[in-house]
Design a protein around this ligand. Structure first.
Ligand code: ADP
Ligand code: MG
Length: 613
């Protein structure tokens, strides 16, 4: 250990603890934190504590002092982890990845940015133009992704509401030549509604508070988030966030990345259309359902470059295929019209977000055909994904996020065990069995075909007739009643912390979470009537049109059983974990200072490490 890591700073590596207990772990973390050491290793894993203030830990000189050093030469730092990943990639031409996991607000996204800055700083010494361009786009993409994918929550003013996995491609010289961003499950329900004290995605407030008057006029908007249903809750919570200057930065970044002015205009027109959608109401007039405020219809039609009468029809009617192969038009009730409008607002935002990510990818994608064919191309991946979430009210989104964390825990176990096993083999020691809690049983509870929660949920969604969230709960109760990690009020009648016919509980590796089934079916089906897709596909705005390729299909061509939201998410998680598992990995779980779920993970990691060495 380096001399500047003397014991006055505690143990720089948790593996050196005399006793592996939560108390000792916390005491060491606390001591180090008080001495300004926010980073501590667990072998090759790094634990960090969010300082919530600027530390003189980053920047040019610091980067220089970590460049090319070995992990243990200098005090623990993200830069050392980034350097280790880079060296493994360069020396051994191996793909590597850095997984960042931790609770909301713990500092994952900031860490991912420091890692990228480090990599950008140590590469391309000869300043090749194309490489500089790629680096610049990679760095600039962060503020765009944050504008559209982040929001103020009660835990974090700049909370990522999507998962992000970014691959950076390197050539044989070790310089970045391209990249690719994968995004996972945007929390699109936030477009409609936010919890008290929270905000909608930053992009809306940036537009309303930062755009020039002329732009707002073109978009039929007024400079006041309180006027729009989708932003009114958040309008009181703007104090700490500089939306006005961020608007400028985002527009600048979009241009640097390569978005045309036409594309930038389209992006903001779409955002404005969503805000107007939020204010749309339906009423019954002379026995038929009408839109209350025709001005909104005109604005939306103009902003989306659609014919106003087509827009009206789409909001009020639904085309349906009859059993006999005919197509009929059925008028919506007020409730159905309102449901359709909300689904449309969410879907338009989600598609916009995915389109922006896709557009950034098209700019940084490795175009050098040779580099791909001749395998001179290696990657470093950085995964910044939502940590384990327990709220007062946990719904479908938390269910997906926590399932994702169970999958990452599996990856974690596998990586540590494999790393250790390799070491054993290198040193010719016989492999010993290691005692640890394997959370595969919880992963199975969620994802197992036919038996798991997602399957039961999908089954409920596919059943015709009036299937309710409560029926889904009943079905879980009868199929999972004996599972050691599942319970509900009906199964544990004495447990008053759960409500009858509403709650179920999963014993996650990181703790118990009670979920309310309310809205599970709707969110999983994620229905958007084909009429909306067709409307937007027929828009005269080529940008909007590009987001709706599935709008080409006529009603009779539409598959009856599209994959559900949970199944799509499950598939993307399985693919992600497979992708990560074949890479050499450094892991970075990030903590805050109260002993919580993530601490258990850290403690488990230490035990794994110690029992293996
Ligand atoms: P997460 O992505 O884990 O939800 P963020 O990375 O957005 O959390 O961090 C939340 C906030 O914590 C940041 O906006 C910043 O104010 C603060 N923060 C995080 N990491 C650091 C750090 N290394 N130094 C100083 N402040 C930090
Ligand atoms: Mg984040």
């Amino acid at each position: 250990m380096a001399e500047h890591e003397s014991l006055e700073f505690g143990k720089a590596d948790f593996v050196l603890l005399d006793q592996v207990t939560m108390e000792d772990f916390m005491a060491n973390l606390k001591l180090r934190f008080e001495r300004g050491r926010i980073y501590t290793y667990i072998g090759e894993v790094i634990v960090s504590v969010n300082p919530y203030r600027s530390m003189e830990l980053y920047g040019k000189e610091m980067i220089e002092s970590y460049k090319g050093r070995e992990l243990y030469e200098r005090p623990p730092h993200l830069y050392a982890i980034a350097d280790a990943a880079y060296k493994a990639m360069k020396r051994r031409a191996k793909d590597t990845c850095i997984v960042i996991s931790g609770e909301s607000g713990a500092g994952k996204t900031e860490a991912s940015k420091y890692i990228m800055q480090y990599i950008a700083a140590i590469t391309n010494p000869t300043q090749r133009e194309e490489v500089e361009r790629v680096k610049n786009v990679l760095l600039k993409s962060n503020c765009v992704l944050e504008a559209f994918g982040n929001a103020k929550t009660n835990r974090n003013d700049n909370s990522s509401r999507f998962g992000k996995y970014m691959d950076i491609n390197f050539d044989f010289k070790g310089d970045p030549t391209g990249g690719h961003i994968n995004n996972y499950l945007l929390e699109k329900s936030r477009v409609l509604k936010q919890q008290q004290g929270e905000r909608n995605f930053h992009s809306f407030y940036q537009l309303l508070l930062g755009a020039p008057d002329a732009t707002l006029e073109r978009l039929y908007l007024r400079r006041d988030p309180a006027l729009y249903n989708f932003t009114s809750e958040g309008s009181n919570n703007n104090l700490v966030i500089n939306d006005k200057s961020n608007y400028k930065t985002v527009v600048e970044s979009l241009k640097v990345i390569g978005f045309s002015s036409k594309e930038v205009d389209s992006i903001y027109s779409i955002l404005a259309a969503i805000l107007h959608l939020g204010n749309m109401r339906f009423a019954v007039q002379d026995d038929s359902v009408v839109i209350e405020d025709d001005d909104l219809l005109v604005y939306i039609a103009d902003l989306t470059c659609c014919n106003p009468e087509n827009v009206r029809k789409t909001f009020l009617y639904r085309t349906m295929a009859t059993g006999g192969g005919d197509v009929i038009e059925k008028g919506h009730s007020v409730k159905e019209a309102s449901y359709g409008k909300d689904a449309c607002a969410k879907a338009v935002y989600e598609r916009l977000f995915c389109w922006i990510v896709g557009r950034i990818n098209s700019v940084i994608e490795v175009k050098d055909y040779d580099a791909r064919i001749h395998g001179k191309n290696t990657v470093i991946g950085v995964l910044d994904i939502y940590g384990f979430e327990i709220f007062d009210n946990n719904s479908f989104e938390q269910f997906c996020i926590n399932y994702c964390n169970e999958k990452l825990q599996q990856l974690f176990i596998e990586l540590i065990l494999r790393q250790e096993q390799n070491e054993y083999q290198r040193e010719g020691i016989e492999w010993q069995h290691i005692e640890y809690f394997n959370n595969q049983i919880i992963v199975d509870l969620v994802e197992q075909p036919h038996k798991g929660i997602i399957s039961i949920l999908d089954e409920a969604c596919l059943t015709v007739g009036d299937v309710t969230d409560t029926i889904f709960l009943e079905s879980m109760n009868s199929k999972l009643g004996r599972h050691p990690h599942y319970t509900s009020r009906k199964l544990s009648t004495a447990d008053k912390s759960m409500a009858f016919n509403r709650d179920f509980r999963i014993k996650h590796y990181a703790g118990n979470v009670t979920y309310s089934v309310e809205g599970f079916l709707d969110k999983n089906k994620d229905t958007l009537f084909q009429d909306f897709k067709r409307l937007l596909y027929n828009s005269k705005d080529p940008v909007l049109r590009e987001m709706w390729p599935d709008g080409q299909l006529s009603i009779s061509e539409v598959t009856k059983r599209p994959l559900t939201a949970a199944t799509l998410f499950k598939n993307s998680m399985i693919a992600l974990v497979e992708n990560l598992a074949c890479k050499v990995s450094a892991l970075v779980p990030i903590n805050d200072t109260t002993p919580t779920s993530i601490m258990k993970l850290a403690l488990q990691a230490i035990k794994l490490f110690i029992s293996a060495t």
